[in-house]
Design a protein around this ligand. Structure first.
Ligand code: SF4
Length: 333
């Protein structure tokens, strides 16, 4: 397992401005409820419908599901991440844990070595609890679960071990957005910050590019449930996220991903104040070149149009404050 060390600088209880007795939310939930949810979730692995794929693999017997995961979570690395959105990384980093495997099959995946291979190590719930405690010792602002949709049972079991040992960091659930609503309900009162993708506005595009049916339909239900649980993003006096929803959309070349429809949904069905990061960093990776319009980077014009579409839908939080085409340093050729 890869571990990158940072300067130990433990976070102080109550530093977020919230009551250290009741925040993060899992402290209010109580240990026995946490343990009971972990047991229920682990039992579900025998016929797994833990994510929206619902492939019903018997993971307790060692079979792996469509996500390439069996009984134990597999972790490829953990470290303080300074490249997430400013409210997530803050100044001491977000404590990212990279889980191997994924319930999506994105042909352009930038992390395909982790998501589509067996890279990483299987770890027990005790080891995962120790990883979370180590991240806390490193001084990170939060525990950032990267691609966790297929390992929620293992995470809940690990959290129930880490809390009595002193874990006090909020949980960031950083997902591709193809989650099961039943699983999300197990996370109600556990996760303070949801950070889902909203990848596609069109189910057919999701099928072609990520190999799963009904992505747009499922994703909208997922966003609604997350918003119901935590609301719009709230930050502390230092601008660090304490609770809420932060939605990511990676703009694909040729507007394949459909930002306009997604932004209209977010603004009208969730909130015009929802935080939406419209991301420009697409580059052809993995099998992207098999698909004609994905074999190039985004143009600046495409990115500017995507931001304008989000803005005209009524969104503002997380968007660049000026048009990318007007930004200092942008040169037209
Ligand atoms: S989490 Fe994995 S095993 Fe469970 S339903 Fe999803 S893809 Fe299948």
């Amino acid at each position: 397992m890869q571990i990158m060390m940072g300067e130990p600088m433990p976070r102080q209880p109550g530093e977020s401005g919230n009551n250290p007795e009741t925040y993060p939310s899992y402290l209010s939930l109580g240990l026995s409820e946490l343990q009971s949810r972990a047991v229920r979730a682990m039992e579900g692995l025998s016929r797994c419908a833990g994510c929206a794929v619902a492939c019903l693999a018997d993971r307790l017997s060692g079979t792996t599901g469509d996500c390439r995961s069996g009984r134990y979570a597999r972790v490829s690395g953990f470290f303080p991440h300074f490249g997430e959105e400013p409210p997530i990384s803050g100044w001491r980093g977000s404590g990212t844990i990279f889980f191997s495997g994924c319930n999506l099959r994105c042909i352009y995946c930038q992390n395909h070595e982790t998501s589509q291979t067996d890279e990483g190590e299987e770890i027990t719930e005790r080891q995962l609890a120790d990883v979370m405690l180590r991240i806390q010792d490193l001084g990170c602002h939060n525990i950032n679960l990267v691609t966790p949709s297929h390992v929620v049972p293992q995470f809940l079991a690990a959290l129930a071990l880490a809390v009595p040992d002193g874990l006090r960091l909020p949980i960031v659930y950083n997902t591709g957005g193809y989650d099961s609503l039943a699983t999300l309900r197990l996370l109600d009162g556990v996760v303070d910050i949801y950070m889902p993708d909203a990848k596609y506005d069109d189910d057919q595009v999701g099928l072609r590019l990520s190999g799963i049916p009904h992505y747009a339909k499922v994703n909208r239900l997922v966003l609604k449930e997350m918003h119901r649980q935590v609301g719009v993003l709230q930050t502390d006096a230092n601008g660090v996220a304490v609770r809420g929803l932060l939605i990511r959309h990676l703009v694909l070349p040729g507007h394949l991903s459909g930002i306009a429809g997604i932004a209209r949904f977010i603004a009208s069905q969730l909130s015009g104040d929802a935080y939406a990061n419209v991301m420009s960093q697409y580059r052809p990776c993995y099998n992207a070149c098999q698909y004609e319009s994905l074999d190039r980077r985004l143009t600046w014009e495409e990115y500017a149009e995507a931001v304008a579409a989000a803005r005209s839908a009524g969104l503002w939080q997380g968007l660049p404050s000026v048009s990318p085409l007007d930004a200092p340093g942008f040169w037209r050729l």
